[in-house]
Design a protein around this ligand. Structure first.
Ligand code: AMP
Ligand code: GLY
Length: 425
């Protein structure tokens, strides 16, 4: 088979590595890709993920058997529908299902309608009404821009003044663009966060091993929210008891709710959960693999990824025995200092060869490219996702941090406490 992956980050590199391992995949393509993906796939850096016509033309030209759409923007924008209309086989949520991630108001309303546990909330189209609501609301409180905002459209406000400023930022000043035309205001919850990814075929859902992300830029969960600075899998806090609860009240309930709404979901649902004192609650849904969750989850999957992808598309996931290795993985992001605000790029990356031939170590490229001399240089905020597997989380963490020292570039930045929570488990 020939497979085309759409996307350019560490997640897409992890998907490409899993595809490369598949017995059924002969040739890989990726648009736009990056310098790491280019080692195992033919990349076309000139085609961007929202250029649907170009992606369709490229898929036809290369006669691919499958297009795997990985990032949120093209999923929410309807790339899968567009590929299917052109007679191409595609993996990922269709537009009417990707709204689960594309609109926070939609996902909150869905959870309310189908009794799926989540934080209490109100939705607003009008800034004045939102400001009025805040006057009697309990603090802290959480403000969320309705639409996609690169994972940054969520503000946690400790005081009324902060919350009012937040409404202005989202709805009036449009810091997150049109994502802020509507807003969700929700109850602030406390607890540990866990990510659970799942494969879905419209009816059946099979969950993958759990992971825990570190969203803030700095050690000790300080600093700004980012796309994710590292993570680990499995989460020791995701116990059998928690899993039983979520299987019963959250996972299948979400798939059934989408089907009842006439929005059959096929692809990957990412459940962002908070383990509150009152039980697990849904923080958010994503309609795709997480980044860097894909990096720590896919490298532990025992199944051939193509078998699972086919089962999702064909509606035969009930026949798949989804299995994960009984070990652990940790991913530490090497970023450009200054991310997520402003940073320089274009610096040469050295030491990449140290990963060659080492089984349990992975160097997933996120923001890299080749410069005019063919050298690999930094090309984004998140540059590399250094990942290692071990028998235990502690061993995986030790190995991941060891491997972080193998590579270097000017302005290299990382958190030093990824997976530190393991010590408390
Ligand atoms: P989201 O994009 O919805 O996952 O939100 C980003 C981050 O904001 C989450 O990972 C949480 O850390 C935090 N967050 C979101 N909603 C809430 C909430 N209701 N209570 C507390 N923290 C929240
Ligand atoms: N790491 C969180 C996300 O991909 O949204």
């Amino acid at each position: 088979m020939k497979v085309l992956i759409v996307g350019s980050g560490g997640r897409e590199h992890a998907i490409a590595v899993a595809m490369k391992k598949s017995k059924r995949v002969d040739e890989l393509f990726c648009v736009p890709g990056n310098a790491g993906i280019a080692q195992i796939a033919t990349c076309e850096p000139s085609i961007k993920v929202m250029e649907f016509d170009k992606i369709v033309a490229y898929a036809k030209e290369k006669a691919v058997d499958l297009v795997f759409v990985a990032p949120d923007d093209p999923l929410v924008g309807g790339l899968v529908d567009c590929l299917e209309e052109n007679g191409l086989r595609a993996f990922g949520a269709r537009k009417n299902a990707a709204i689960l991630e594309g609109s926070k108001a939609f996902s909150k309303d869905l959870m309310k309608k189908y009794n799926i546990p989540t934080a209490a909330y109100e939705t607003f189209d009008d800034a004045d009404k939102a400001l009025e609501y805040l006057e009697t609301a309990e603090m802290p409180i959480v403000l969320k821009a309705d639409g996609l905002a690169l994972g940054k459209g969520v503000l946690i406000c400790n005081t009324l003044e902060e919350a009012k400023a937040g409404v202005k930022e989202i709805m009036l000043d449009k810091h997150f663009g049109s994502a802020g035309n509507r807003m969700v205001i929700e109850e602030f919850m406390t607890g540990r966060e866990v990510s659970v990814l799942s494969f879905v075929d419209g009816k059946t859902i099979k969950t993958m091993t759990s992971a825990q992300d570190h969203k803030r830029a700095k050690d000790g969960d300080q600093g700004l929210n980012t796309g994710g600075m590292g993570n680990f899998s499995p989460s020791p806090f995701y116990t059998k008891e928690v899993d039983d609860f979520c299987q019963k009240y959250i996972y299948q309930a979400t798939v059934d709710a989408m089907a009842s709404e006439g929005r059959e979901f096929k692809g990957v649902i990412f459940f962002g959960l908070m383990l509150t004192p009152k039980g697990p609650r849904v923080l958010e849904y994503n309609a795709r693999f997480g980044d860097p969750e894909a990096q720590v989850v896919l490298c532990r999957m025992e199944n051939d990824i193509m078998d699972v992808v086919d089962a999702c598309i064909d509606g035969t996931l009930d026949k798949v025995d989804l299995r994960f290795e009984d070990n652990a993985a940790v991913c530490v992001i090497l970023a450009s200092d200054g991310y997520p605000v402003s940073y320089e790029k274009g610096f040469e990356i050295t030491g990449l060869d140290k990963f060659e031939g080492r089984d349990d170590y992975y160097c997933f490229h996120a923001g890299t490219k080749f410069d005019e001399n063919g050298k690999v240089v930094t090309n984004g905020g998140r540059v590399l996702g250094i990942t290692a597997k071990g028998d235990t989380l502690k061993e995986a963490r030790r190995k991941a941090y060891e491997a972080c020292e193998w590579v270097d570039f000017k302005n290299k930045y990382m958190r030093h406490d990824i997976g530190k929570a393991i010590d408390e488990a």
